[in-house]
Write a protein that binds this ligand. Structure first.
Ligand code: GLY
Length: 596
């Protein structure tokens, strides 16, 4: 039995600050409304920045809230005892109203009083800002703690890295004081905090930030026109601490989520537990992100969501979870949070739909990618998967590269990261050139499209040669994120019927999910195989040849000399359509075609 539940903690906190004159305000969306500088609300402060800068808040100068937040900066740490991508932040705020004295006194009262958390003072410790050129040593904060009964040796003076708070690089900021709880029931808390603060049994549960500055883009600190207070208490972590649990994943929030996976936690290895925790964390975060209107995509927020979902699906696969685990897990997240966040229940149908659609989309790819990965690894005589191979998986299957790395590591293989990055850069440059400056970054998400266009263009070339005849030769091509443009030799305008036939052939090959294979071979061999493409001095003695073929029948659909990159299976390309066919110059036709 938990000593305190999540809902009790939320209520206790909000009620306490209500009794101190604060207005309870609802959590803002995870998608920042007026701030394009961040993808997600990463701290309680984000939605309140205008009020820290002086705007009037409708709730007055004192507000309190529980704010949903997403932080993915530490995604690789998720699954240990403390890291999460989604969390709730309890906070109380002063917009130019009270300052250090009240903030610290109320923190003390909430931590130690019977109506608050009733924590023994012997197990609490505090840190304050040590001072530097920007702000003085915070004797004032330390003095207030001491006036409340805190012993001098339980106060540590720490530098900016520890006791200065800012969300991101610019904006409101200031020194803070932090509150720590000694979590070890069996050992008394050490008397001196400054000397023992590195001990993991001291866990930070709350901070009071004294926001008095605004950091400018040039790094300068400009005093704000008012002094604010921003406090932050992470709900999951505090819940674990209060209930004597070692990990945030042991709380009453995560226990029922764990149970849904039916994995028998007691017999799982640490590594399996970590994988399961990643799934729980990511699906919980995804439910909230979708609830706030984001859908998976290859850009920005959508990409973060896609990565969270795909990552959990890979781990689901590695843990051998059965079919309906995802649905069950989403349902359980809704059951746990439905009371506190009715929106996720109201919108449950859409949330299920969006997440399950991504599961479906990724499912096939995942199966194939894992097979591909396994077979490559089996073929390794020694060493690990090459960075190039890892990159191919990224490119062909849309596996976020972190996943390939993790999957390889899960079976004891290391990937050469440098090599991967070299390939990634090469690919980016290529995409940049190909898209004539239209490449917009986005973790390579955009360039996936270009790669698909490359392969679609080979298919189109093959189809044109089948439909119009072998006089068709490529004269040029240009690929952007939006279309492929292809110039080829042909004496007259294509008929409607010819265009439809080309489309049908290409789409047929796409739906057959043909394999695309790259071989490096001597030029002579490429000629013998009737590979098409430019045999010129720009190639060396060996050439790289891409073959698109049906592995069951052995039928070769296309074989072209080409440097790549290409997808590995045509199934990922999408629907092919000719948008325009026109004259380019005498005897040369031009097609613009799209894939969706
Ligand atoms: N109160 C600042 C934060 O931890 O979000």
């Amino acid at each position: 039995m938990s000593k305190i539940t999540a809902q009790q903690l939320r209520t206790k906190y909000l009620e306490f600050f209500k009794s101190k004159g604060h207005t309870v305000i609802p959590s803002a969306s995870l998608v920042p409304e007026n701030d394009s500088s961040v993808l997600f609300t990463t701290a309680g402060m984000h939605p309140l920045v205008p009020y820290l800068l002086g705007q009037q808040h409708p709730g007055g100068k004192r507000v309190t809230n529980v704010q949903k937040c997403i932080r993915t900066g530490d995604i690789d740490e998720v699954g240990d005892n403390t890291h999460l991508t989604f969390f709730e932040m309890l906070g109380n705020w002063s917009f130019g109203d009270y300052f250090k004295k009240e903030a610290i006194s109320w923190s003390f009262e909430f931590l130690t009083s019977k109506d608050g958390l009733n924590l023994p003072l012997e197990r609490l410790a505090f840190s304050v800002f040590a001072g530097d050129q920007d702000a003085p040593r915070d004797e004032e904060a330390a003095g207030i703690w001491k006036s409340l009964g805190v012993k001098e040796e339980r106060i540590a003076y720490l530098p900016k890295e520890d006791n200065w708070w800012i969300a991101g690089n610019t904006g409101p900021c200031g020194p803070d004081t932090e509150m720590f709880y000694w979590i070890d029931d069996g050992t008394p808390a050490p008397a001196n905090f400054q000397e023992t603060k590195e001990d993991k049994r001291w866990v930070e549960i709350w901070n009071d930030v004294f926001m008095q500055f605004e950091k400018q883009p040039d790094g300068k600190l400009v005093p704000l026109k008012q002094q604010n207070v921003d406090t932050g208490m992470g709900l999951d972590r505090t819940l674990a601490v209060l209930n004597g649990q070692k990990s945030v994943y042991d709380t009453e929030i995560f226990k029922p989520l764990f149970d849904v996976l039916s994995l028998g936690q007691e017999v799982m290895s640490n590594d399996e537990i970590r994988k399961a925790r990643i799934i729980l964390d990511h699906i919980r975060a995804s439910v909230f992100i979708v609830a706030d209107g984001v859908e998976p995509s290859n850009k920005d927020r959508g990409y973060v969501l896609r990565r969270l979902l795909r990552r959990s699906m890979v781990y689901g696969k590695l843990l051998n979870l059965q079919n309906h685990w995802l649905k069950a897990l989403i349902g359980q997240v809704m059951a746990i949070y439905g009371d506190a966040y009715p929106g996720i229940v109201r919108d449950s149908n859409r949330i299920f739909e969006v997440i399950e659609a991504e599961q479906k989309k990724f499912g096939l790819t995942l199966e194939k990618g894992l097979k591909q990965l396994e077979s490559r690894i089996k073929n390794q005589e020694s060493g690990g998967l090459t960075g190039k191979e890892a990159f191919d998986l990224y490119q062909s299957f849309g596996f976020p590269w972190e996943l390939t790395k993790e999957m390889a590591e899960a079976i004891g293989q290391k990937i050469n990261k440098e090599e991967f990055e070299t390939e990634f850069k090469k690919h980016q440059e290529l995409s940049r050139t190909a898209s004539a400056g239209q490449f917009k970054g986005g973790l390579g998400g955009n360039s996936e499209k270009i790669v698909k266009y490359h392969t679609a263009t080979h298919l189109m070339n093959a189809a044109l040669r089948q439909v119009l005849g072998e006089h068709v030769w490529q004269k040029g091509s240009n690929i952007t994120e939006e279309r492929t443009r292809f110039d080829f030799t042909h004496p007259q305008k294509m008929t409607e019927e010819e265009k439809l036939s080309v489309e049908a052939l290409v789409n047929g090959w796409i739906s057959q999910d043909l394999q695309v294979k790259k071989d490096i071979m001597p030029i002579e061999e490429a000629r013998k195989l009737n590979a098409i493409g430019v045999f010129g001095e720009k190639y060396s003695d060996t050439v790289s040849v891409y073959t698109i073929a049906d592995t069951n029948t052995g039928e070769v659909v296309s074989r072209e000399l080409c440097g790549g990159p290409h997808v590995e299976h045509t199934g990922v390309i999408g629907k092919f359509k000719i948008q325009k066919e026109e004259a380019s110059s005498a005897g040369i036709r031009r097609i613009k075609a799209t894939i969706e």
